[in-house]
Design a protein around this ligand. Structure first.
Ligand code: GDP
Ligand code: GDP
Length: 455
C-alpha cells in the first residue's frame, strides 16, 4: 500500500469504515409538534433533507444514517404520521409502538414548555413495557431560563431529562453522548449472534399483493409455535416456519396480518412497519402483484430493502391470473422499473394455487449465499488488475485515474474498498460493479463499493 502512495493508517481506516456490520437503530418518538423532525434534522446534520411536514403528506422515508463522535447509527423518524386519522393517543401509541419495536434505543421527546401530558404518560408506559434504553429529551429549552421546565420531567420516571433546543442546537451534543451510551455497539439483531439460529426473512410488499396469503400457504399445517422451541425469541411478531426441511424465522408477521383499525393513514404505518421488518431481517422477500402495473410504491419498498443492504428475492404473485398479454407487459415493466434489483433471484408464484412455492427456498438460499460471499484479496486484485488493463478508465484532463488495489472490507452485504490514483467516475464504478457480479456471482445481494483517492 505504501508504495502506491497510501498511508497504511488511511488504508486500514478506510477498510474499517467500509466494513461495518449492521448499524444500531435509534427511534425518535413523542407527541406531534414536540420537535421530533427538527431534532432528527439536527442529528443527521441536515445531510439528508427531511421532507417538509405538511399535514396529510405521507412520508415514505423513515430511516436515516447519522454519525456522532465517530459512531454511526440509524435514526427512525416518526414525525411524519397523520394525526387526524386516529385519535391523538392512538396515533402516538401506534407510531411509538412500531418505532420502538425496530429500535435498539429510543429518544423520547417531550415539549418542556408544555410539560408532561397524558399522552406523554401513555408513551412512557409503552417504553417501560418494551424495556429498551430511553434517553429523555426535554425539548424547546432555548435558553437558561427553560432549564427549570426540563427538571419537572424527572416526574416521568425515565431518569435525567436532557434539556435541548432542537431548533438552535443547544444541549444536543450532551444528549447525543447519552444516546451513544444507550446504543449497543452492534445492534441486538446483530448477525454475529444469530449464527446457528434460524435465518430471518422479512416478507414485504404493498398492501394486497398477497403477503398474508403467501404466509398462510407456506406455513400450512407446519406452523410452529414459537415458545415450543428452546432458545428462540418469544417475540410474538415473529413466526417460525419450516420450509424445505429448515426452520426459518419470518419476522414481524404481525405487520402482515390486517390491522383493520388502521385503514386510512395506513400507508405511513405500512412503511414504518416495512422498515422495521427489513431492519430485523437478513433476507427480504419482496412480493409484487404481477396482475397490476409495477407502482412507485413497489419501487420504494425495493429501495428500502436495497438501502438497508439486505439479501433480496423478488416474488411475482397472482401468477394464476396472468394472461399472455399481461405477462408480456410485466416483463417490460420489470426491465424498466426494477432495474435496480436485476441481480435478485426471481420467482413467479401463486399464493392461491401454490404454484412454484418450492422455488422460494432455493431462491432465498441463493440470495443469502451471495450476501455472505467473501472474495479473497489475492483473487480480487488479480481480477482488478486484468480489468483495469483491458478496460482503462477514460482519460480526463490529460490524466488517467487508475484503480491501484482493492479489498473486500465486509460481507452481509459485500462491501469493497478500492484505492485509486484519481477520481473514478460513476459510470466506471457501475462498470466495475457489473464485472464483479459477472465474475463472483453476488446473486441476490446489493454490493457496496467505496473508492478512496490518493491525496
Ligand atoms: P414534530 O411534529 O414532533 O416532528 O415537531 P416539529 O419538528 O415539526 O416541530 C414542531 C414545531 O416546534 C416547529 O414549529 C418547530 O420549529 C418547533 N420547534 C422544534 N424544536 C424547537 C426548539 O427547540 N425550540 C423552539 N422554540 N421551537 C422548536
Ligand atoms: P396482503 O395485504 O399483502 O397481505 O394481501 P392478501 O394476502 O390479503 O391478499 C390480497 C388479495 O389478493 C386477497 O383477496 C387474496 O385472496 C388475493 N390473492 C393473494 N394471492 C393471490 C394469488 O396468488 N392469486 C390470486 N388470484 N389472488 C391472490
Amino acid at each position: 500500500a505504501a508504495e502506491e502512495g497510501f498511508d497504511l493508517e488511511d488504508v486500514e481506516g478506510a477498510i474499517e469504515a467500509a466494513g461495518h456490520g449492521p448499524l444500531p437503530v435509534l427511534a425518535v418518538v413523542g407527541r406531534p409538534n414536540v420537535g421530533k423532525s427538527t431534532l432528527v434534522n439536527r442529528i443527521i446534520g441536515r445531510r439528508e433533507a427531511v421532507v417538509e411536514d405538511k399535514p396529510g403528506v405521507t412520508r415514505d422515508r423513515v430511516t436515516y444514517e447519522a454519525e456522532w463522535a465517530g459512531r454511526r447509527f440509524k435514526v427512525v423518524d416518526t414525525g411524519g404520521w397523520e394525526q387526524d386519522v386516529l385519535g391523538i393517543d392512538a396515533s402516538v401509541a401506534a407510531q411509538a409502538e412500531y418505532a420502538i419495536e425496530a429500535a435498539d434505543a429510543v429518544v423520547f421527546v417531550v415539549d418542556a414548555k408544555v410539560g408532561a401530558t397524558d399522552t406523554d404518560e401513555a408513551v412512557v408506559r409503552l417504553l417501560r413495557k418494551a424495556g429498551k434504553p430511553v434517553v429523555l429529551c426535554a425539548n424547546k429549552v432555548d435558553g437558561q431560563s427553560g432549564e427549570a421546565d426540563a427538571s419537572y420531567l424527572w416526574s416521568l420516571g425515565l431518569g435525567e431529562p436532557h434539556p435541548v433546543s432542537a431548533l438552535h442546537g443547544r444541549g444536543t451534543g450532551d444528549m447525543l453522548d447519552s444516546v451513544l451510551e444507550a446504543l449497543p455497539e452492534a445492534p441486538e439483531q446483530s448477525f454475529g449472534t444469530a449464527i446457528g439460529g434460524p435465518r430471518r426473512i422479512a416478507l414485504i410488499g404493498r398492501p394486497n399483493v398477497g403477503k398474508s396469503s403467501l404466509l398462510n400457504k407456506v406455513a400450512g399445517e407446519e406452523r410452529v409455535v414459537v415458545n415450543e422451541i428452546a432458545g428462540t425469541t418469544r417475540d410474538p411478531v415473529d413466526e417460525l416456519i419450516e420450509l424445505g426441511g429448515v426452520i426459518w424465522k419470518f419476522v414481524d408477521t404481525a405487520g402482515i396480518r390486517k390491522r383493520v383499525h388502521l385503514q386510512q393513514g395506513a400507508d405511513y404505518y405500512a412503511s414504518l412497519r416495512t422498515a422495521a421488518a427489513v431492519e430485523k431481517a437478513e433476507v427480504a422477500v419482496i412480493l409484487i402483484d404481477g396482475s397490476e402495473s409495477i407502482s412507485v410504491q413497489d419501487q420504494r419498498i425495493v429501495t428500502m430493502a436495497v438501502d438497508a443492504g439486505r439479501a433480496i428475492v423478488v416474488a411475482y404473485n397472482k401468477w394464476d391470473t396472468l394472461d399472455e398479454e399481461r405477462r408480456y407487459y410485466l416483463e417490460r415493466e420489470i426491465e424498466t422499473e426494477l432495474g435496480q434489483v436485476a441481480w435478485a433471484p426471481r420467482v413467479n408464484v401463486s399464493a392461491r394455487t401454490g404454484r412454484h412455492m418450492e422455488k422460494l427456498v432455493p431462491a432465498i438460499e441463493t440470495a443469502l449465499a451471495g450476501w455472505e460471499t467473501r472474495v479473497p484479496t489475492g483473487r480480487l486484485n488479480a481480477f482488478l488488475g486484468e480489468l483495469v488493463a483491458a478496460h482503462p478508465h477514460p482519460i480526463r484532463g490529460g490524466k488517467q485515474p487508475r484503480i491501484l488495489f482493492g479489498t473486500q472490507a465486509g460481507t452481509k452485504p459485500p462491501r469493497f474498498v478500492l484505492f485509486a490514483s484519481g477520481f473514478i467516475e460513476a459510470g466506471y464504478r457501475r462498470f466495475i460493479e457489473r464485472r464483479l457480479r459477472e465474475e463472483f456471482g453476488f446473486e441476490g445481494t446489493p454490493i457496496h463499493i467505496s473508492v478512496r483517492v490518493r491525496e
